[in-house]
Design a protein around this ligand. Structure first.
Ligand SMILES: [Zn+2]
Length: 83
């Protein structure tokens, strides 16, 4: 596995956790067809999107509404069993 693949996988895991904290449930990541340093995913509940990039010019590794907003299924946390 290349280091790029490894970094992208780490980023995806971070984003998945962040999305989960806000009640979102991300679908599969899709890698950009022209740039394999970029990948996208969408929440399967509300449809909001998030993107990750391993080497962005802005220095921001992840962006999207998923990271800024709670999922519309607001009772998600309540329904979850505590560990
Ligand atoms: Zn959502």
């Amino acid at each position: 596995m290349s280091s790029l693949t490894y970094r992208l996988r780490k980023l995806k895991n971070q984003v998945r956790r962040a999305a989960d904290d806000r009640g979102h449930r991300l679908g599969r990541f899709t890698t950009h067809p022209m740039n394999d340093e970029v990948a996208y995913a969408q929440c399967t509940i509300c449809g909001r999107a998030v993107s990750v990039c391993t080497d962005p010019p802005t220095g921001i590794m992840m962006a999207g509404d998923v990271l800024r907003t709670k999922c519309r299924r607001s009772n998600f946390k309540m329904a979850r069993k505590s560990l």
